[in-house]
Design a binder for this molecule. Sequence first.
Ligand code: ADP
Ligand code: NI
Length: 214
Amino acid sequence: MTIIETTVAYVKEELAGAEGGHDWWHIYRVWKLARHIAEKEGADLQVVELGALLHDIADSKFHGGDEEAGPAKARAFLQAQQVNEAVIGHVENIIRHISFKGGKEKAVFTSPELSAVQDADRLDAIGAIGIARAFNYGGFRNRAMYDPTIAPDLHMTRDQYKNSTAPTINHFYEKLLLLKDRMNTATGKALAEERHQFMEQFLDRFYQEWEGKE
Ligand code: ADP
Ligand code: NI
């Protein structure tokens, strides 16, 4: 087996019980997208594929907020596969920094490989898949789909929106519609533009149908 095949088998097994938003199929989509972006952008494919496959291996949200759990788990696995140290260090940095929000925070690590994986992870939160994931998450949290009397809050922190009880439609304004302007790569931006338009169309129809106006 190649190192990629071995990693696929490991990640599938590790994520066997994961919730819908971060299951194997999220990893699968991010992996395919990241590889596509990396090919177009000329990033190192091995690092990108390993980074994409291992990026949610130990989500800190489910490991008591321990941001180092993911990188440590990836390192242990990759060392056991005799992957070289430069690749391991780079993959650790991708996992560590993929959630970096941009904006006022200063980037402490950047690379074309991180850019590709981060764009792919963000693209999976928008478009048709992003819509499905948002309503799936909202249902899991027992949230309303929409409530015209509850306005979106545009100034929430990461933790606030996670724990918010707002309707799922609000999440589009609080996060999903903002992602297209956070893409790192030209390839990611172009894909985000299409997915963004699809979400705008979805929202237009949603409000029309809500009022029985279509
Ligand atoms: P990631 O780990 O990929 O950064 P998150 O854990 O923030 O993403 O979210 C996983 C999925 O759940 C995403 O598709 C995201 O849009 C969705 N989600 C997160 N918070 C909410 C929310 N408050 N309402 C609806 N969907 C949400
Ligand atoms: Ni992810």
